[in-house]
Write a protein of this length. Structure first.
Length: 154
């Protein structure tokens, strides 16, 4: 079941990001409201996907069957918090219109964009690594590989 959901998510991501987003930017120079909404929906599905394979008691991270090593548990939580904070901060600093492709203002090279071309993807990737540290599995490893490959544009 998880493999099928994962394959569907990859297909949706490909269609939205490689087909629809590209088409809008080539034709209009910005995203239409429909495509930017689809882009947000796919991003949210990517963020919540790990909950399909995490244990039911995932939210009880200190009591759940997570790594017994306190350092690994703390590192995982820290990566999740830093990653999600970085993604939200990057989106708010850039502005939702620009983040969602509605308002194109050129290349940003200040703030977080001095260090990363896409701090939202970097933040999401850090959160995925944190989740994998908290709930290690083959699924988590696969999710790290795929989110990492999407971050570098494969």
């Amino acid at each position: 079941m998880i493999i099928i959901a994962f394959a569907l998510l990859l297909l949706c991501g490909y269609l939205v990001f490689r087909v629809l987003v590209r088409r809008d930017y080539q034709r209009l120079g910005r995203l239409t409201p429909l495509v930017s909404t689809l882009e947000l929906a796919v991003w949210l599905l990517v963020v919540v996907f790990p909950y399909l394979y995490n244990p039911v008691d995932w939210w009880l991270v200190w009591f759940a069957k997570t790594p017994q090593n306190l350092a690994v548990k703390l590192a995982g939580l820290l990566l999740v918090l830093i990653g999600m904070g970085l993604a939200v901060l990057a989106m708010t600093r850039l502005g939702m219109g620009t983040t969602m492709g509605q308002k194109v203002e050129g290349l940003h090279m200040s703030g977080l964009y001095r260090f990363s071309r896409n701090p939202q993807l970097l933040g999401g990737g850090l959160a995925v690594v944190g989740i994998a540290l908290l709930w290690p599995s083959g699924y988590a490893l696969g999710w790290i590989v795929l989110t990492g490959s999407s971050a570098i544009g494969w």
